[in-house]
Ligand binder design. Structure first.
Ligand SMILES: Nc1ncnc2c1ncn2[C@@H]1O[C@H](COP(=O)(O)OP(=O)(O)OP(=O)(O)O)[C@@H](O)[C@H]1O
Ligand SMILES: [Mg+2]
Length: 405
């Protein structure tokens, strides 16, 4: 019961965020569709209106033309179309030869009549695609048909613009959202950095004073308790360990120094230290490929912290019994790979993406910080990479670290 509760609290932050993300994405999709649908309905309404308008022009033209035989079409078109300031229109004879046009400012600016006709003919083709032309029947006073005219037209500039408006608008909103997200993310990271660095520095500082005092006490006791030298050696070991811890905190609180070190030797030292502290039923082995001569740029104390965290997690996952194998490999492009492999219970597939999140733990007494710290040390301080390479339920897990050689 208790375990379940802990697992639930440990997970509280992690699953909430993805949900929230999907809700926001859902709303964004809904708004986008709503906006596109609404604009589409506006476009349809305006298109109908424009079509009706052109039909009215055509009817008026037909009516006026049939009233009198000598009517000047261009004059009529001028009169009627004068009210229409936006729909591009071309009037042609029965053979689709352009006779006049309106609202085609480009055609107006072409002075050469032949060039202008060419342009108008091209426009007629475009207009044909947009709408079928409207036919104007010319009849004499005996109601005998003596000719036809055609009115070609296309959507007004306003309508064409409106069609693309939601896409332009949504793209701008999307771009703005992405920039805002990136800025907020950056600010959050800067804030986190401040907390990490501040807390680490303060911890190192606070540990420093009692530590130097303990060292002085050790010297003092060595002088007066000559028969207790063995106990004092143990005392010194603990003081040394405290020094290592203080050094780690002070390294993480400042820009740590990286030095070229033999990784096999470094890992061996860590394994010797851990072997004494982990259960005797856990065997630890180290292998190197192609040989032991593999060097990488590391900060020794921080790198040791990472390996310790990975091994402690491995030991927890194996519940005190199993084997941990560390392999050091020379990878491509001067990178060094360090794999920490265990025979533990594995990480469920759905949880793999959560393990590096601060606060994520499945343990009763876990803080969910070990892997967060490891990621920070490897990725920020060593410019390397750390990830779950493989994990199988009840078979084991392998974490991989990439370092720069
Ligand atoms: N080798 C592993 N095998 C199985 N699960 C693992 C392994 N390593 C990590 N995990 C899972 O990832 C979680 C997070 O690990 P992390 O080291 O960040 O925190 P923790 O070990 O729970 O707590 P602590 O802050 O004390 O390290 C663990 O609780 C565990 O569920
Ligand atoms: Mg841990």
């Amino acid at each position: 019961m208790k375990k379940k509760f802990k697992e639930a609290t440990g997970n509280t932050l992690a699953p909430l965020r993805p949900h929230l993300k999907w809700i926001v994405v859902g709303f964004a999709v809904l708004i986008s569709f709503g906006s596109i649908l609404y604009t589409n309905s506006l476009v349809a309404q305006i298109r109908d209106r424009e079509q009706r308008q052109v039909e009215i022009y055509a009817s008026s033209l037909e009516f006026l033309a049939n009233e009198s035989e000598n009517v000047n079409f261009f004059l009529i078109l001028d009169e009627i179309v004068a009210a229409n300031h936006s729909i591009p229109v071309i009037l042609t004879d029965e053979n689709e030869r352009p006779e006049d046009f309106r609202n085609l400012s480009k055609a107006g600016s072409i002075l050469d009549p032949a060039d202008r006709e060419l342009f108008l003919r091209e426009e007629i083709e475009v207009m044909k695609e947009a709408h079928p032309p409207i036919e104007v029947t010319l009849k004499d006073d005996q109601d005998i048909i003596y000719g036809y005219k055609y009115i070609f037209y296309k959507n007004s500039f306003l309508l064409s613009q409106l069609k693309y408006y939601p896409y332009v608008q949504l793209s701008i909103i999307a771009l703005f959202s992405i920039i805002t997200f990136l800025i907020l993310n950056y600010m959050r990271r800067v804030e986190q950095d401040h907390v990490w660095v501040g807390l680490a520095k303060e911890t190192a500082h606070q540990l420093g004073t009692p530590l130097s005092s303990l060292m002085a006490w050790s010297e003092y006791f060595k002088g007066i308790y000559e028969d207790q030298q063995e106990a004092l050696v143990e005392f010194d070991k603990d003081v040394d360990r405290l020094k290592v811890i203080t050094d780690r905190f002070s390294s993480i609180g400042s820009e740590p120094q990286l030095t070229m070190l033999n990784i096999a030797d470094t890992v061996d030292e860590i394994v010797i230290y851990l072997q004494k502290r982990l259960s005797t039923k856990i065997t630890m082995t180290v292998s190197t490929f192609p040989n032991r001569d593999i060097e990488a740029k590391i900060n020794e104390s921080l790198f040791a912290w990472v390996i310790e965290n990975l091994c402690k997690n491995a030991a927890d996952a194996m519940e005190g019994k199993g084997s941990i194998h560390i392999s050091i490999l020379r990878a491509n492009e001067g990178h060094i790979a360090v794999d920490v492999q265990d025979t533990g219970k594995g990480i469920p597939k759905s949880k793999i993406k959560n393990v590096f999140r601060p606060g994520y733990t499945s343990k009763k007494r876990g803080w969910g910080l070990g892997l967060t710290l490891a990621k920070r040390i490897i990725e920020q301080y060593h410019r390397g990479k750390i990830f779950v390479k493989l994990s199988e339920t009840n078979k084991g897990t392998t974490f991989r670290i990439y370092l720069n050689g």
